[in-house]
Ligand binder design. Sequence first.
Ligand SMILES: [Zn+2]
Length: 269
Amino acid sequence: MPELPEVETVRRAMEAALPGRIIQQVDTSNKRLREKIDRRRLQALRGDRFVAARRRAKYLLLDLKSGTTLLIHLGMSGNLLLREPGVKHDHVVFHLDSERPLVFNDPRRFGMVIVLEEGEADENRYLSGLGPEPLTASFNTRYLQAACSNRKTPIKTLIMDGHIVVGVGNIYASEALFQAGIHPQTPAGNLNESALADLVHAIKRILRNAVRKGGTTISDYLGSGEGGRFQQRLAVYGRAGEPCRTCQHPLQSLIMSGRNTFYCAHCQQ
Ligand SMILES: [Zn+2]
């Protein structure tokens, strides 16, 4: 599943390629995505011009000169690429006034492409109520401390809640808690300021590194096909039974809120 760093990589690729480009034609498949494709609204984009590519949580927001915004979510398996169309699972194709069209491809169809008219973004149900971006200054120790105060919710569940902070997916949550030395089941309200400061730093460091790694794959989105799913060296995620790289004890796993959770019982207490 594309996580925040991959979506940010897609955003950067789109920001490099799209501003100034004019939509000449829009083709859609007959398949339903997570939300129904609104053909009428998509067709009305003909002649409009891209001006910017933004991101909020894992939503891509492609702004057009008319004030309309394309809200795109990659779901489980979606991708947004500048390449020739005609590949299986190409669901929306924007033909542009440039060589390569913009193609939304999604084999599992949990993604979505929604047209928001000017003003609709503010009250959109996917965008309203989201917590701060993890890589901005508004996600800091004081903020997290207030969010954790008197909460019995396990800390891993809390940092994966998009109302608290966006974009901390399951892999990054396990990795950040390991880096911060915090057991994933610790009740959020039990963590002191210093532990929360470590956690905030760990989340930022991991996501920033992942975004940096993704930067090397931007060219993949601009013509050569696949659109890189980049691999990271993971300390705990997916490594149950293997030795902890810090203490050599075997790593543990458990299920929390239905999600696989990996940790070191020795390093994280
Ligand atoms: Zn360990």
